[in-house]
Each structure stands twice: as C-alpha cells, then as structure tokens.
Write a protein that binds this ligand. Structure first.
Ligand code: GRG
Length: 300
C-alpha cells in the first residue's frame, strides 16, 4: 500500500458519495407533493430507501481518476443510480423475481401496488435520460454521446438482455459461459457504464475509457460472484433483501456451478485484473482501487 492509499478513508468517501448523490437526486426528481403524488412518492420511496450507491461512487471515482471534478459528473451519478433503482423495482415484481424485501424495506409493489411500481420504474428509467440530456458536455463528448452510452447499457443487448436470459434460464441447465453472458449484462454493464460516464465527464482519452471499460467488466463480474456468495453466507437482515433465495429457486450461481472456494478465487483474481486496468491512472485511481477492494471484501 503506498502513502496515498494508506491515507485514503473509504468510509468517509462513501458517506460523501451518498450525500452528494442523494442531494442531486432530490433536486432533480419531482417532489412527493407533485401530481400525480402517489407516483412521485413511489419513485422516491425506492430511490431514498438506502442502497450502497456503488454506481455513483464508481462514476465519481472515475472522474477523479481522469483528473475531473465530481460536479462535472453530478448528472451521471444521479442517472446511473436511477436506472439501477428502476431495475431493482421491476426485478422485484411478481412477474420477475417476486421479492418482498429490498434495501431493508418492503419492496415497492408491496407498498404501492404492482401497477404503480411498474410506473415508478418506467418513470425513473425515463427521467434518467432527461437528466443526462441536460449535461453540458465537454470538448470531446456531447450529451447525446452520454445518453447513447446509457441507452445501449440499459437496452436489449445489455441490462435487459441479462434479465431476459436470466428469466429464460429458470429451470434450465446453465453453463459457466451462460452465467457469464447473464452477469456481464445484468451486473457488469451498468458498473462499466458508470465508470465510463465518469470518464466522459472528465473528458477522458480513448485509452482512459478503454481502461475504465476493462476495470468495470472485471469489477462487475467480481461483484456478482460476491453477491452470489453473500446470498449463501449472510442473513436477510444484513443484506436488506431476502437471503438464500438462489438455492430455494434452484438458480444457477457461481457457487452452485464451481463451489464456494473456487468462486472466492475467481472474485479475487477478477479484482486483481481490475487493479491492473487502473495502472495508467497512477495515484489518481486511489478511490477506484479502494472501491474495487471494498466490493470484494464487503459483507452486505
Ligand atoms: C431491466 C428489470 C430489469 C432488470 C435488469 C439489474 C437487473 C437486470 C436486475 C436487478 C436485480 C439484480 C439481482 C441485479 C444484479 C446486480 C445486483 C447484484 C444488484 C444489486 O445491487 P447492489 O447490491 O444494491 O448495489 P443496492 O441496494 O446496494 O443499490
């Protein structure tokens, strides 16, 4: 560990990210009183229910790695968290994963009903693009480029592809290759997009964006493997969502396909690859590196 790394305090860093992102979202999303009030309450219920805010954290850390300021990526940080929250609301619906508990609270549809939960997800998804469309851009990147980055990530070849493949995999034989197809899309895609948007906010070079893509891909797969492990080893209270669901649903996961030990090894080796992708940023990547380490070692 070098001097910059040893003086870096991740806990304080994450607290600042949470505050910054929540302030942004609060100022950008219509108030709970805005008509139709129930819709806006439902959107805000899930948006402000907690959550680790890892996508904004990665986005803001990527701005730093590329020499920019958080302010430049404020809209990106809000937009990626809104897309993430929409995906969680829809994923929890009875037609998908049918979950009652998320971020330590009853799921959106349990509180607001299925119809309103679908609409809250739709509205968060749509508003994320509106927010990004108002980003002023840099000399190298326009708002349209950033909007396209988020749209491709959220579309039928990435996020939704992962979810569709996951739905289709239920009750089927799933290979390690199939599992990687799903998680590169369900999990890595939005993490990669978060760091790439942060890079764009700092007017990153194409080499820097390429390095951020490699970092996001590795961190994303490691994140998913750790998520699968936590589903087995942690309680619902600790996770804030239903633990042990994968086994009950007989779902293919990394531990079910390769075992717990091998899964841990894979997550460590992917995190190592993520660190290596950061070499060109030097000490400016201290926060990205600390976040990758945290995502590997987290216990919820
Ligand atoms: C388009 C409906 C739809 C879904 C897309 C992202 C996704 C696919 C589904 C969401 C559910 C899920 C299990 C996604 C995999 C990624 C993952 C482990 C998400 C949980 O993210 P955390 O742990 O959650 O960062 P918090 O609550 O901390 O923000």
């Amino acid at each position: 560990m070098n001097e910059t790394e040893s003086s870096f305090n991740l806990e304080t860093y994450i607290q600042r990210v949470v505050q910054f992102t929540e302030n942004q979202m609060d100022s950008l999303v219509p108030s709970e009183q805005t008509r139709p009030a129930k819709l806006h309450q439902s959107m805000r219920y899930s948006l402000f229910a907690g959550g680790k805010r890892m996508r904004p954290a990665l986005c803001l850390a990527a701005v730093e790695a590329c020499g920019g300021k958080w302010e430049d990526a404020a809209r990106m940080a809000a937009a990626v968290e809104m897309i993430h929250t929409y995906s969680l609301i829809h994923d929890d619906l009875p037609a998908m994963d049918n979950d009652d508990y998320r971020r330590g609270k009853p799921t959106n549809h349990k509180v607001y009903g299925e119809g309103m939960a679908v609409l809250a997800g739709d509205a968060l998804l749509t508003q994320a693009f509106e927010i990004l469309a108002d980003w002023p851009g840099t000399s190298g990147f326009t708002a349209a480029t950033a909007v396209k980055e988020l749209a491709v990530t959220s579309g039928s070849l990435q996020l939704i592809a992962g979810q569709a493949a996951d739905l289709e995999a239920e009750g089927q034989e799933v290979s390690l290759e199939d599992l990687e197809y799903i998680h590169l899309r369900k999990t890595s895609a939005l993490l990669t997009c978060s760091v790439r948007l942060g890079g764009m906010a700092a007017d990153a070079s194409s080499e820097e964006l390429e390095a951020l893509s490699k970092f996001g891909k590795s961190v994303g797969l490691a994140f998913q493997i750790v998520d699968d492990l936590l589903d087995i080893t942690q309680t619902s209270e600790k996770l804030g969502k239903t633990a042990g669901k994968d086994e009950v649903a007989n779902k293919a996961t990394y531990p079910s396909l390769v075992g717990i030990e091998k899964s841990r090894e894979m997550a460590s080796s992917l995190t190592q690859e993520a660190y290596e992708a950061l070499s060109m940023f030097g000490s400016k990547a201290v926060s990205l590196k600390a976040l990758a380490h945290y995502l590997l070692e987290r216990d919820y």
